[in-house]
Design a protein around this ligand. Structure first.
Ligand code: ACO
Length: 325
């Protein structure tokens, strides 16, 4: 009998502190009007006392609860992040300890905003090969500690938070297609000479530019529009989903204009696109799992619904996935 994988639980966590566009306009030459028009973002959540691994563990707990699993039933924990607490130990090992998931395999994935889709691909492969039954995949970011708050073209984009999903073995296919790509030629367009978010947090008042996220936003935008739309179409085709069979699209939440282009390519109405960018900003690897969890918990996404997801980020990396929830 073939083994497949499906999502059995989801969870998310956002820190309570909110920073609106008007709050940013108090210390930077920008405006709510510019940010909303160019990106669709109105506010973002900002971690104060929480670390990336704290947020990841909270999201993971909720996903385990929904899946009806104890942490010691996990075979692996995969954390996708570009803002790990530290380079070593990995954020996944910190999460494993916080969840009491001794001694399952735990590791981080660095694929920027595409990281959650990379993580699910690895989990799906491990499950299909029979080497694992339950894997916790988390996308978690503490990006407000990694941006240059003097650079109005990037700091306005990002927020903090974590989303998680339990991927479990099943006899029927839940995850139906998944693709991941990278093109290192364009690595310079979006980069951070990283030292770990907990270190950067201490340096927030003495920022060194090469430790912070830097992005040539306009160049990234042009590549992202095409890559996200192509990838979404590829996943839908491979899963055999025609436009009218797609119940929901969960795109990476970087910019409403990029999302609109990807949805248009799939022939989807705006009502079918799950958006959380407006209230949370771009939370990189956390955008897809947090949007998934919110839509599952508020009843929009139900068991049996067909979903297409696509992401694009630093690396450059991109990918897509089609699944039946
Ligand atoms: N407020 C006011 N003006 C601003 C701001 C701001 N916050 N930021 C930039 N500007 C100005 C610029 O200085 C420029 O002024 P100029 O014309 O006088 O030089 C003007 O606005 C236009 O700037 P652009 O950078 O061309 O603006 P654009 O329309 O491209 O929007 C944005 C910028 C929102 C960053 C867009 O390029 C974008 O979304 N890019 C893609 C981001 C993305 O998808 N990243 C990948 C995922 S993220 C990850 O992996 C970590």
């Amino acid at each position: 009998m073939s083994i497949y994988s499906r999502f059995t639980g989801t969870g998310s966590y956002f820190p309570p502190k909110i920073m609106t566009n008007d709050d940013i306009a108090k210390f930077l030459d920008t405006s709510d009007e510019w940010i909303v028009t160019r990106t669709g973002i109105k506010q973002r959540h900002v971690a104060e006392d929480e670390s990336c691994s704290d947020m990841a563990a909270e999201a993971g707990k909720k996903a385990l609860e929904m899946a009806g699993l104890q942490s010691n039933q996990l075979d692996a924990i995969i954390v996708a992040t570009l803002s790990p607490d530290t380079i070593m130990p990995s954020t996944a090992c910190r999460v494993q300890y916080k969840l009491g998931a001794k001694t399952c395999m735990a590791f981080d994935i660095a694929a920027a905003c595409s990281g959650f889709l990379y993580g699910v691909r690895v989990a799906d492969g491990m499950i299909r090969s029979g080497s694992a039954k339950n894997i916790l995949v988390i996308g978690a970011e503490h990006l407000t500690a990694c941006v240059d708050w003097r650079d109005r073209s990037t700091c306005i984009l990002f927020g903090d938070g974590a989303g998680a999903a339990v991927v479990s073995a099943d006899t029927a296919p839940g995850i139906k297609s998944i693709f991941n790509y990278a093109d290192g030629e364009y690595g310079e367009l979006l980069k951070q000479d990283n030292l770990g978010s907990q270190y950067l947090k201490k340096m927030i008042n003495e920022p060194a530019v090469d430790h912070m996220i830097q992005m040539k936003g306009n160049d990234v935008f042009k590549i992202a529009v095409r890559a996200m739309a192509d990838a979404a179409q590829e996943a839908a085709d491979a899963a055999g989903f025609s436009s009218d069979q797609i119940d929901w699209m969960i795109p990476h939440q970087a910019n409403l204009r990029i999302i609109d282009a990807a949805a248009k390519r799939l022939g989807l109405d705006k009502e079918k696109v799950i958006i959380n960018l407006t209230n949370y900003g771009n939370t990189s690897a956390a955008t897809i799992p947090t949007a998934l969890d919110q839509a599952v918990r508020d009843g929009r996404i139900q068991r049996g619904h067909n979903v297409v997801s696509a992401a694009f980020g630093g690396g450059l990396t991109w990918g897509s996935m089609a699944f039946t929830f």
